[in-house]
Write a protein that binds this ligand. Structure first.
Ligand code: MG
Length: 459
């Protein structure tokens, strides 16, 4: 009788236990860059296995087209226009920026920490440079521990770095002077970028195994495959896809190490792991940029290739091996994981993410009224069901001005994922349906000052 009771108590506490949460976030990895998303030559056996054992989304979105706003959205569950973490021309924070994620934004790390989670940010932050304002350190946004770069790996060119495009093509270590930090402590400058993926991974493994008495949240935003590209000796020169492939294959190794660590420590059944990317591939970088597969355009644009990214969620025993073709986005992770961790999303502000537990656990669908595609502070496009209307279009980079369409372009992106056949003429009713969904969304968006203003390099 006593044994039965004890067993029951043990069972109920394990059922009540909140899961560990790991978000692995690649930088500029395209929709078409993994084996399990159809890349013919980049080998990603660990991610392929993670996808085969978990849920692979085919219509998973980042909430922005470039680095800074996409990270703000992931960690706050809100379109970046609400937090001021975007700007039409400046686009991302740079090494001389003084702005950053406002202190009154509530991050997923803060919510989980309040529930007793250990929290860490390992990798690239890009939500404020703490050398310019210490409030931007991740430790002031809910993370107990931080290791990594404050921003992108191309933001501290050395004197003698030739024109940006050439430097990126050459991928020479001496062109760059990125600082590597552990909290406020400068660990190394210039960071040896060939070691970053390996060292991030070692820190992640250490963090996971540090203390089993508490649940943990590991936010693991990698520096790569953002250019300039660097791979370690073990990976350099191995991929038929060239240096870009080497770098992605090393990221895949890193994912394998994280999952292996969870398995070895008996944590796999109580840990949910997500793999995604902050935006599409940087196509203007030529062979050192990735691929969006069959999707149109890439990083920096509101065509599908700019914002639809790989999305894999793994939780053995809880999430069934499957492919999910429903729409989901990074902002949903905020809401869903807050809830799984026993917290509630803040009630005093608009949250744009949705609880996707019904998709993850196979219990139902999620009714999403609209998904908006912002470029900076301007809404360029919106999706309702399979239909996507482009109100404004613009090439991802370059001097071309935005083209505002009096009649929006319209695509059925489930029939036509490459956005190649504009069917606006045949469906005025659908366009007005999307327009009214957008109007409803706009009514909730208050104008806030951009945190990116004051950055002197505009591109
Ligand atoms: Mg990026």
């Amino acid at each position: 009788m006593l044994r039965a009771l004890l067993l029951l108590i043990a069972l109920s506490t394990s059922l009540l236990a909140v899961p560990n949460i790991v978000i692995i976030y690649a930088d500029d990895l395209g929709y078409g860059d993994l084996g399990c998303y159809g890349h013919p030559t980049i080998r990603t056996p660990n991610l392929d296995r993670m996808a085969a054992e978990g849920m692979r989304f085919t219509q998973f979105y980042s909430a922005a087209e470039v680095c800074t706003p996409s990270r703000a959205a992931l960690l706050t569950g809100r379109y970046p226009v609400r937090s001021g973490m975007c700007h039409d021309q400046i686009r991302v924070l740079r090494n001389n920026s003084v702005g950053g994620l406002p202190q009154d934004e509530v991050t997923l790390a803060e919510l989980l920490k309040a529930q007793g989670y250990r929290t860490a940010c390992i990798g690239k932050w890009h939500l404020g440079v703490w050398a310019n304002d210490p409030r931007h350190q991740p430790v002031n946004h809910g993370f107990d521990f931080q290791f990594g770069l404050p921003h992108s790996n191309d933001m501290n060119p050395n004197p003698g770095n030739p024109k940006r495009a050439n430097a990126l093509a050459d991928q020479k270590a001496e062109y760059w002077n990125s600082p590597l930090y552990r909290g406020m402590e400068l660990v190394e400058r210039p960071a040896d970028q060939t070691t970053l993926t390996r060292r991030y991974t070692e820190e992640a493994v250490k963090f996971i195994t540090l203390d089993k008495s508490k649940p943990f949240f590991l936010y693991f935003p990698h520096t790569f495959p953002h250019t300039p590209l660097f791979a370690s000796k073990n990976f350099k020169g191995r991929s038929p896809r060239g240096l870009y492939g080497d770098v992605v294959e090393e990221l895949d190794w890193s994912v394998g190490r994280v999952i292996e660590t969870l398995r070895e420590n008996g944590l796999a059944e109580n840990t949910v792991v997500v793999f995604s990317s902050d935006n599409g591939p940087w196509l203007t970088m030529g062979e050192t940029g990735g691929s969006a597969g069959l999707l149109r355009e890439g990083k920096g644009s509101t065509w599908e290739g700019g914002m639809r990214v790989p999305g894999i969620v793994w939780w053995p025993g809880r999430i069934k091996p499957s492919v999910c073709r429903d729409v989901a986005c990074t902002m949903d992770l905020f809401v869903t994981f807050a809830k799984l961790g026993g917290a509630a999303a803040p009630q005093d502000r608009d949250i744009d993410g949705m609880d996707i537990s019904p998709l993850l656990f196979g219990s139902g669908r999620v009714e999403r009224s609209v998904f908006c595609y912002y470029r900076g502070q301007r809404l360029y496009a919106a999706r309702v069901g399979p239909w996507k209307a482009h109100f404004i279009t613009q090439p991802s980079y370059g001097p071309e001005k935005p083209a505002v369409h009096a009649v929006p372009m319209l695509y059925n992106i489930e029939e036509d994922p490459s956005e190649s056949r504009d069917v606006a003429g045949q469906h005025p009713d659908i366009i007005s349906r999307i327009q009214s969904a957008v109007e409803k969304h706009r009514a909730t968006v208050k104008e806030v000052p951009s945190q990116l203003v004051g950055t002197d390099e505009v591109r």
